[in-house]
Design a protein around this ligand. Structure first.
Ligand code: LLP
Length: 419
């Protein structure tokens, strides 16, 4: 489902013209479609139908509570990676019993918070973490349900900065050592090693890496079970890619088919942790042109910048950039670099884009900004965080207001020696 479509030349989010949102909320602003999020969730769960699987939405992709609630209402759990995300998931109505807690550097405070909340599962990434969790749980007379995150040494064939399942990456316990660490886990007080977890990377556009990694996990799970370990669940991670620029990522159906074939017959519970594939194409970053500068090369300078959407600067990522008012059919286009106002040359949103003539005040939509966009925003150059808007049919609501300059600069905090 593409929730962002032109009607009579105006770009809409579901049944709401983006120009109306810009007039009410201002720009820049992130605009999300609840309908598109529900559709992608239902497509995935529909494809996985018949498997004993819980979808734990990876909140890091978009942690807006209205977004998390949209999935919670459909029955999703959550994959969290910090005490902050855990608090957000609970506040959005995700039952503690459907929350998995991942990440290489959980602090003891975060572990205690998660034990008190009664989460479902800790995905543990190292022996020192396992020992710390045993101590934190033991001190509370609690038992932490644990998956070891195993690093299957499979190349996800994605961008180097978002590959996680290779030996040289910081994530997980190597598959060769996993069995021995499971035995250690089983011997520690306060630890119940019930599951095996993996996640090989993000924005996967091919199915084969999943196939290899799931097959390795299936072998490991069988070996652990025959060794008497109480394994009852596999956490398959996330990572299904989306089309930013014509990529053809695995469909929910082909993903589900591989899950069925590799791990579906083991009689184990399954978890998957999708983030981007549920929200990425359900959002846009709405911006306005401030100036067009043309001295032989055209620069379109927007009021959105790398602090609002860092993916092009950080990963050389492509996001489609389209005018909110469609050009008249047959209008000439020419190339432009679409940039923000931040004082560095890396502040680009798109280079060499074919765009119609544009003027100051024209509205622009930067597409595929539902995932890893608002969550990665910063106040660089003292730019307040942009608001987030959720559209549902013909309604829209601000689900996070624009940060004010006063909030951003905070109370004056002079050291006492400066009067
Ligand atoms: N599970 C674990 C353990 C993860 O580390 C991640 C993402 C996910 C699930 C969700 O993956 P997804 O389905 O969204 O691909 N900022 C980068 C992406 C970082 C992904 C980090 N881990 C980007 O903008 O491309």
């Amino acid at each position: 489902m593409d929730a962002f479509d032109y009607r009579d030349g105006d770009l809409f989010a579901e049944d709401v013209p983006l120009a109306r949102i810009a007039a009410r909320v201002g720009t820049p602003a992130y605009v999300y479609s609840a309908g598109a999020m529900r559709a992608s969730y239902r497509e995935l769960t529909g494809a996985l139908d018949g498997l004993n699987v819980t979808v734990c939405y990876a909140m890091k992709a978009n942690d807006n509570l209205a977004v998390v609630r949209t999935f919670a209402e459909l029955g999703a759990g959550a994959d969290v990676v910090s005490g902050g995300e855990l608090a957000g998931a609970l506040a959005a109505g995700v039952p503690a019993g459907k929350i998995v807690f991942a990440g290489v550097g959980k602090t003891r405070e975060e572990m205690a918070q998660a034990i008190e909340a009664g989460i479902w599962q800790f995905n543990v990434e190292s022996e020192p973490e396992l020992v710390a969790l045993s101590e934190v749980a033991g001190a509370r007379g609690a038992e932490a349900v644990v998956a070891l995150r195993v690093n299957p040494d499979v190349d996800a064939k994605t961008h180097a900065k978002i590959t996680t399942g290779k030996k040289e990456n910081k994530f997980g316990i190597s598959i060769e050592r996993a069995h021995e660490v499971y035995r250690l886990a089983a011997s520690l007080p306060g630890i119940r090693p019930e599951a095996v977890a993996m996640h090989i990377g993000s924005q996967l556009t091919q199915i084969e890496p999943y196939e290899h990694a799931f097959a390795r996990m299936a072998d490991l799970a069988k070996a652990l079970i025959s060794d008497g370990l109480p394994i009852r669940r596999l956490d398959l991670g996330g990572g299904i890619g989306i089309a930013y620029q014509g990529e053809t990522p695995p469909s929910p159906q082909s993903y589900a088919e591989v899950v069925r074939r590799t791990v579906g017959g083991l009689g184990l519970e399954l978890i998957c942790e999708p983030g981007r594939s549920l929200v990425g194409n359900a959002g846009v970053l709405l911006a306005a042109v401030i100036y067009v500068k043309d001295e032989g090369k055209r620069f379109v300078i927007l009021d959105a910048a790398m602090n609002d959407l860092i993916r092009p600067a950080l990963y050389d990522a492509w996001h489609d950039i389209v005018p909110v008012r469609a050009p008249v059919p047959g209008a000439a286009t020419s190339q432009a670099d679409v940039v923000g106002p931040i004082c560095e040359s890396g502040d680009v949103l798109g280079l060499g884009r074919d765009l119609p003539p544009l003027d100051a005040g024209d509205l622009i939509a930067i597409r595929s900004a539902g995932a890893y966009s608002a969550v990665m925003a910063s106040n660089y150059n003292s730019r307040p965080l942009a608001p987030e808007v959720l559209v549902d049919g013909d309604r829209f609501a601000v689900v996070r207001p624009r940060q004010s300059v006063a909030e951003m600069i905070g109370e004056a905090q002079q050291p006492e020696w400066e009067s």
